[in-house]
Design a protein around this ligand. Structure first.
Ligand SMILES: [Zn+2]
Length: 493
């Protein structure tokens, strides 16, 4: 094969043609001397190309290779980094998603358990040991019973006569001593030695009157169950002994207007039932509860159909927390935030009740009320509190609770400043005179103008809030859960 003529290189002078045997080994280092050629063989019949291997070219080639290599390496590294980073991000995302799913599952399960506890009241759990802070707990839950308990309510006190009516009226002076009242009416009057009954004479204190065919009527009021005749401070005291469920019907009908929603009434029924049992356990008197706002209103108004339904659908359900009965206080309207019981009744246990925000009593809660209190009125209030004062000249609010209610105030008198708790101040002046302790005070004329918002002590369920919640499709479990945080429902009979 002929040796093709080398093409002259423009940049380097011609040198002797390379030995054919050296083809393929042009890149080998050569000794210093004439500039070597790089011979590039061509395809068959083509010409061989020669390049002079100049040091600057070698450097350029090597540098270019180096730069290219660097770029490729950087590219690869960047690609790897991006990919690996994406993988990491994806892994993190998947992991987070799993965690979210787990949490969601846990939340659903918690919700279901909570709903199950609320909607399907369980049997009464064994009374838990008082391991908790005693100030945070209440009464142990009553033992599950098949029998509906009986509650005793102080209905009225009078030193005058009173007429009881009922078609099947009977007077029981003792066991097996029933005296029927043929005219279906009994006029009774307190006496020192007992109770005088028209047409019968004197019967002993503690005697009982029942109507075998319906409720006992006193004027327009109706009371189911039995009336006990007691004496208290020289006056006749009528105590209604009534099955708890019938009593709760009467409370719901008295506490809430008939037009309110069923779920609000159910919440009220559970709260009233729980409260009644709590008071029964705390009572040291011949009765368990008052029939007024001092406890809960039981006015003898016949229960409307939805009040009856609210009670029957929550039959035997009470509020519980940690094996204890919840102190189920409630009030009319909180004006935005409920109160902790300690600020109202420091002598009572808080029983785990918390202050919660309430955006539900709205305009009713926010509505401003005012009361103009004269110095004489304050003087009488202090006298009824046992203070020997003759003049009141000032009223200063000293301390407020976190919910904004007056917890302490001073009345400036001729005997110095007399400090009262906000709730006691309300009680002395009248619950309806000072409608809540969320008030301001200023001097007005010779007396003081007290202006405030909300109604009631502010602890526990806000009734107007419950009404709005019920109207917004919340059920009674939601309502009770909102105002008694952490509480559940338990059926005790
Ligand atoms: Zn409220």
């Amino acid at each position: 094969m002929p040796d093709p003529s080398p093409r002259p290189n423009r940049n380097v002078h011609s040198g002797p043609p390379p030995d054919l045997k050296s083809r393929g080994s042009e890149r080998r280092s050569r000794p210093a001397g004439p500039v070597p050629f790089v011979v590039i063989p061509r395809a068959k019949g083509g010409k061989e190309r020669r390049f002079a291997v100049h040091p600057s070219r070698v450097f350029l080639v090597l540098f270019t290779c180096f730069v290219l290599g660097l770029l490729i390496a950087t590219g690869l590294f960047a690609g790897y980094w991006v990919l690996s980073d994406q993988t990491q991000v994806r892994d993190d995302y998947l992991e987070l998603r799993e965690e979210v799913e787990d949490l969601r599952g846990e939340l659903t399960s918690l919700k279901q358990r909570s709903r199950a506890q609320l909607s399907s009241p369980t049997e009464v759990p064994a009374a838990s040991k008082a391991e908790d802070d005693p100030s945070m707990t209440g009464l142990n839950l009553p033992v599950l019973s098949e029998k509906i308990p009986v509650i005793r309510v102080a209905l009225l006190r009078t030193s005058g006569s009173i007429t009881l009516e009922g078609e099947g009226l009977n007077i029981h002076q003792g066991p097996n001593q029933a005296i029927p009242m043929p005219r279906g009416r009994a006029l009774i009057k307190p006496r020192k030695d007992g109770v005088w009954v028209e047409g019968v004479g004197i019967i002993p204190k503690g005697s009982r009157i029942e109507n075998r065919v319906g409720p006992i009527r006193i004027g327009k009021k109706e009371y189911p169950g039995i009336l006990e005749l007691h004496e208290e401070d020289g006056r006749l005291l009528l105590v209604n002994e009534v099955e708890l469920e019938r009593y709760v019907q009467g409370v719901v009908a008295s506490e809430l207007p008939a037009s309110w929603g069923l779920e609000a009434k159910k919440a009220q029924a559970v709260a009233a039932r729980t409260y009644a049992i709590m008071q029964q356990n705390n009572s040291t008197k011949s009765y368990d509860l008052e029939s007024t706002v001092d406890d809960q209103v039981y006015s003898g108004r016949p229960a409307d159909s939805s009040s009856r339904a609210a009670v029957t659908t929550t039959h035997g359900e009470v509020l519980s927390r940690g094996g204890h009965l919840v102190s189920a206080w409630y009030h009319s309207a909180c004006a935005g935030q409920t109160e902790v019981p300690d600020n109202v009744w420091p002598e009572r246990t808080s029983n785990g009740n918390a202050s919660v925000k309430c955006g539900f009593c709205g305009q009713v809660g926010r509505k401003l009320w005012t009361a103009n209190i004269s110095p004489d009125e304050l003087l009488e209030a202090l006298k009824s509190n046992g203070e020997k004062v003759t003049q009141v000249t000032g009223l200063h609010i000293r301390e407020r609770s976190l919910s904004g209610r007056v917890s302490l105030l001073d009345l400036v008198t001729d005997q110095g400043a007399i400090r009262l708790r906000g709730n006691r101040f309300r009680e002395l002046l009248g619950w309806n005179r000072v409608r809540s302790t969320r008030f301001e005070s200023k001097v007005e004329g010779n007396g003081f103008e007290i202006s405030g918002r909300g109604a009631g002590h502010g602890v526990g369920m806000c009734q107007w809030g419950a009404r709005t919640m019920a109207a917004s499709d919340h059920d009674y479990q939601d309502i009770l859960g909102h105002y008694y945080p952490g509480a559940g429902l338990t059926r005790i009979y």
